[in-house]
Design a protein around this ligand. Structure first.
Ligand code: FAD
Length: 388
């Protein structure tokens, strides 16, 4: 190879690629933001350590519950309803189903703050939430064994989202609008120089006018490089699929979210023979996202079995497969969507505390509006960093 050719190659290697916006973390939130920005004509680069959808972060497991009468607080309802509209738009654009309305049964003691929030937000926003006694619930869904002091709050239009179809769909559409996706490129260094964003992976340097950090469980580490400490703790979570009786099939059984004295549990009916899927929402051991997670163990299975024997006592179940995942928890379990206080060109959406997926379509829209400095469709005041 002559000297001239080598010089051309080495110049090409050090050439810094420039974009309107770089997104670090093209998982749930980043892929949605990339789609929104590319659709609005921005020159976007989406970087990810892996090739989403993948099993290393917080989005794997095929399905996520979507509900609108929100036990975590009324402030979420407009956000959830906007997300629903955008999921339906995405379905149209992709020409495939991504949101299935099985209904969601929220249950717990009448006095539970979660149940009270479901009822209050259901009635304030006319979401058609049906209040049922324990007896009515146990009769309607054979297999359930709610105690007398529990009630059911059934939201008929709620259901589940198909996560892999969504991430693949966003990736395809974002690409069709000109976004560049670079998988297998973990960002090592982020710097702001003279108002420009510089991002370094092992192989390349990139530059942009704006930066979005949607790196999930790794997000705080990246923001720490820019001098910002976020109150986020990453925890290990488990979930499992079980062989179950026919009464738990999707045509007969809803998704569910139970607030009980032995923990908060959620689950999905048996969808196309995949088995009843169930997980515990509260508790979990702190971990580092780069460390190998303890695989699903007997203790995890016993915890689920304890819930099943108490609240689904008429069913017979056999563990098919258990998996682990990560939640990024904030102290109040509410999200953080904001600008970096010192660098307005840097935006982030993190700390989704195990309930963020359903909002991803609206989070992407919000981030795109922040980048374009437009008025936000959904008020983000409850999710600002300054609340801590
Ligand atoms: C078991 C389980 C069940 C859940 N159930 C529900 C539910 O029913 N309903 C609901 O609404 N939500 C649910 N959630 C929560 C929801 O899935 C998460 O809130 C959401 O997926 C978080 O999205 P994210 O974009 O922050 O993270 P991710 O989807 O994990 O994306 C982060 C991405 O950043 C990339 N990344 C990280 N660091 C770097 C770097 N340095 N360089 C490049 N890329 C990087 C990662 O590879 C990853 O792809 C659940 C979560 C779990 C774990």
């Amino acid at each position: 190879m002559d000297a001239f050719v080598m010089l051309v190659i080495s110049i090409a290697e050090v050439k810094i690629m420039t974009y309107d916006c770089i997104i670090i973390g093209a998982g749930t939130m980043g892929m949605s933001a990339g789609y929104q920005l590319a659709k609005k004509g921005q020159n976007v680069l989406m970087l990810d350590s892996y090739h989403p959808p993948h099993v290393h972060g917080s989005h794997h497991g095929e399905t996520r519950i979507i509900r609108y009468a929100y036990g975590e607080g009324e402030a979420y309802v407009p956000f959830a309803l906007r997300a629903k509209k955008l999921w339906r738009d995405l379905e149209q654009e992709l020409g495939q189903d991504i949101l299935v309305e099985t209904g969601v049964l929220n249950s717990g003691p009448y006095s539970s703050p979660f149940i009270q929030n479901v009822l209050k937000s259901g009635s304030k926003y006319a979401l058609g939430v049906e209040e049922l006694s324990a007896d009515q619930v146990n009769k309607r869904w054979a297999g359930l064994t709610l105690p007398d002091d529990f009630i059911g709050a059934f939201e008929k239009e709620a259901g589940y989202l198909l996560t892999d179809s969504i991430l693949n769909g966003y990736k395809k559409l974002a690409g069709s609008y000109g976004a560049k996706f670079a998988g297998g490129q973990r960002v090592q260094k982020v710097q702001i120089k003279q108002g420009n964003v510089h991002v370094k992976t092992q192989e390349k340097m990139y530059e942009a006018k704006k930066l979005i950090i949607t790196a999930g469980a790794w997000g705080s580490e990246l923001l720490a490089q820019l001098g910002l400490q976020l109150p986020i703790t990453v925890i290990r979570k488990t979930f499992a699929w079980l062989d179950a009786d026919v009464i738990f099939q999707e045509s007969m059984f809803p998704c569910f979210s139970f607030d009980t004295d032995i923990g908060t549990y959620y689950g999905f009916p048996d969808i196309n023979g995949a088995g009843l899927k169930i997980g515990r929402h509260d508790t979990g051991a702190p971990i580092h996202p780069d460390h190998k997670r303890e695989p699903f163990q007997n203790d995890d299975a016993e915890e689920l079995q304890h819930f099943l024997s108490r609240y689904m006592g008429k069913g017979s179940f056999r563990l098919r497969e258990g998996k682990t995942c990560m939640y990024s928890m904030t102290p109040d379990e509410d999200f953080i969507v904001d600008h970096h206080p010192d660098y307005p060109e840097v935006m982030f959406a993190l700390g989704f505390s195990g309930h963020g997926f359903k909002f991803a379509s609206a989070v992407g829209e919000t981030l795109s509006e922040m980048v374009l400095e437009k008025e936000l469709t959904v008020d983000m005041t409850p999710f600002r960093l300054s609340r801590f």
